[in-house]
Design a protein around this ligand. Structure first.
Ligand SMILES: [Zn+2]
Ligand SMILES: [Zn+2]
Length: 250
């Protein structure tokens, strides 16, 4: 005989009232405890994982951590970016569900896979802290949580590197970057961050965390701000990289 815990019981009631759908293919899930349907989970697990080190500007895979990129965006404040995969189809559906529908367990799962993959696949640079890209307080109120903070917390557990959340804040609530060109995005986020001065970053190497890297304008501006406080090298870590220009080859 199986004994149901109180949590199981609550899930059963929730499943009955609100049958959940797979965020990727929309199939009805047999239980709200499932993050995706079996098929989508299998496909997700089988996919080749980890991009990086990638150029944060043109997204090309770099031969090694010490190799810089020679593209025109190579003055990027980030050294390189590591990511779980290309933003599109299933990753897009998963990240949108995590971010906008507040499916926190889905976010924890994705971040955990990202942490495991990083540990297995690359010799990560020795970083002193993990820094989540901050949200403006108004956006934080609207969304209810900072998705980058959630990813950073999970990565911290996996990688054993402490999270630093109060070194930098977002002082301007920038308009959405969607639909803007690279130059417009850079302009839009210029001066958007401010150091709090609470933490000494002198000589510290950092892992800067966000959910998706698109042109990298936001992460770059945040990295530039952290560097103005003396931070040394900064690498980006994201759940997905939007290929955009099509230069990314897998
Ligand atoms: Zn599915
Ligand atoms: Zn490049």
């Amino acid at each position: 005989m199986t004994t149901k815990t109180m949590t199981d019981f609550c899930w059963d009631i929730l499943d009955f009232i609100y049958p959940q759908r797979c965020p990727v293919c929309q199939a009805t899930l047999s239980s709200g405890r499932e993050l995706m349907c079996r098929n989508c989970m299998l496909k997700f697990r089988e996919k080749k994982r980890l991009l990086g080190p990638c150029c944060p500007s043109c997204k090309r895979q770099l031969p090694s951590l010490s190799d810089g990129c020679e593209c025109e965006g190579s003055d990027h404040a980030l050294e390189a970016v590591f990511s779980l995969g290309v933003y599109g189809e299933e990753t897009e559906a998963l990240i949108e569900n995590f971010k906008y529908k507040r499916k926190r367990r889905l976010g924890s799962f994705l971040s955990e896979v990202l942490g495991e993959t990083l540990l297995e696949s690359v010799k990560l640079p020795r970083a002193g802290f993990i820094v989540p890209v901050p949200l403006h307080k108004r956006k934080l109120r609207e969304r209810g949580f900072n998705q980058s903070q959630a990813v950073a917390d999970q990565l911290s557990e996996k990688l054993g590197i402490p999270v630093l959340s109060d070194s930098v804040i977002r002082k301007r609530n920038t308009r959405s970057q969607t639909g803007l060109s690279r130059e417009e995005r850079q302009k839009n986020v210029k001066g958007a961050f401010r150091l709090t001065g609470k933490v000494d970053l002198e000589g510290r190497a950092l892992l800067l965390v966000d959910d998706v890297l698109t042109t990298g304008a936001t992460m770059s501006e945040c990295a530039r701000t952290l560097k103005s406080a003396g931070a040394d090298k900064i690498w980006g870590v994201t759940l997905a990289v939007a290929a955009g220009t099509g230069l990314l080859e897998l």
